[in-house]
Design a binder for this molecule. Structure first.
Ligand code: F6P
Length: 360
């Protein structure tokens, strides 16, 4: 049997993109008489503008451990897909034309939520699509885990561990800002893994009084330092109550004063307690470097399971993992849904029981 597949990686990069593509290609090459692989460059851009190159098995050799993506990536917002480009090009039509021109059997798309929405749009337009869930945010509905998440947890945890030693030497309060604008899985896991005292995530709006209470409480019990793991999207109770428009305006005001939410929280705690606060932002280091062993296994399994679907001509699915088993999830079921932390999640209850404050 012969297959001709397209591959693309879209949205923010993360650690196990290459490992996943390797899983797909090896899983296919090993079971086919002939395989042609077309790699579209820089995400959907490559598919829109016909920027691709033919890849061979060699391209997928030695990339299990390599971070980033051999295809490059870019952010192409879903809401702009139906909007023609500066030259009036119909992007959706252009993507379909390039797919048909190459006579692809299917397109394998690696990406997060936005990418998945466009993948579903292309499915609705009649293309054969397989989506593979990447993101350090672990916020894709329908899969227990996304590849990239645990590698980022490792990096954020290490950052907080390093800060821990300095915080204890200096009796200071430290804030480590962890990635995640909309969801707090990464902050929650890195916070628990590193023994953070306070964890602030977007899903649980914080009350500054409670945060200060947690810090003062530790001071009274003889601990001069406190570590706060704060998500990029942490939000106060007052702000969370605001209508969308008002909140946006307020956040624009904050952005003029502070580089990010952590600096605002730091200033407010400083004003209340007189304590010295320091902020550390590991930023994009969280998406970089080599994938951790867990992600290598996960992405290899997801890639291999995607190959199985392609060999069986089954399309229109995301391949996720549920209760330790790979699972095909219809794109129409999962596209557009976010998997958020629920305030009564078991992880939260477990953390609260042993004294971690969520500022609520
Ligand atoms: O979605 C992945 C992510 O790293 C988020 O955690 C983060 O908020 C965002 O991307 C950062 O985006 P960019 O790389 O475009 O600055």
């Amino acid at each position: 049997m012969m297959k001709r597949i397209g591959l693309l990686t879209s949205g923010g990069d993360c650690q196990a993109l290459n490992a996943t593509m390797r899983g797909v290609v090896k899983g296919l090459a090993n079971n086919l008489d002939e395989l042609e692989v077309y790699g579209f460059m820089n995400g959907y851009k490559g598919l829109i503008y016909g920027d691709y190159r033919m890849l061979t098995s060699k391209d997928f050799s030695g990339i299990l451990t390599r971070g980033g993506t051999i295809l490059g990536t870019s952010r192409q917002p879903f809401k702009l897909m139906r909007v023609p480009d500066e030259k009036g090009l119909d992007k959706v039509e252009a993507m379909k034309q390039n797919y048909y021109k190459l006579r692809l059997d299917c397109l394998v798309i690696l990406g997060g939520n936005g990418t998945q929405k466009t993948a579903n749009l292309l499915r609705e337009e009649g293309l054969n699509i397989i989506h593979l869930p990447k993101t350090i945010d672990n916020d894709i509905w329908g899969t227990d885990m996304t590849f990239g998440f645990y590698s980022a947890v490792n990096i954020a945890t290490e950052a907080i561990d390093c800060i821990h030693t300095t915080a204890s030497s200096h009796n200071r309060v430290f804030i480590v800002e962890v990635m995640g604008h909309k969801v707090g899985w990464l902050t929650l896991y890195a916070g628990i893994a590193s023994g953070a005292d306070v964890i602030l995530i977007p899903e649980i709006p914080y009350d500054l009084d409670k945060v200060v209470e947690a810090i003062e409480g530790r001071r009274k019990r003889g601990s001069g330092f406190t570590i706060l793991a704060v998500a990029e999207g942490a939000i106060s109770k007052e702000d969370a109550k605001l209508p969308k428009k008002e909140l946006k305006k307020k956040q624009e005001e904050y952005a003029k004063k502070y580089p990010s939410i952590s600096y605002k929280i730091a200033k407010e705690i400083e004003d209340r307690t007189g304590m010295e606060i320091r902020v550390t932002v590991p930023g994009h280091t969280q998406r970089g470097g080599s994938p951790c062993p867990y992600d290598r296994v996960l992405s290899t399994r997801l890639g291999s399971a995607a190959a199985k679907l392609i060999l069986n001509d089954e399309y229109g699915y995301m391949v996720g993992i549920v209760n330790g088993k790979t699972k095909k999830v219809p794109l129409e079921e999962c596209a557009g849904k976010l998997k958020m932390v629920t305030p009564d999640a078991q992880e939260i209850r477990d953390a609260k029981r042993m004294g971690i404050s969520f500022g609520d």
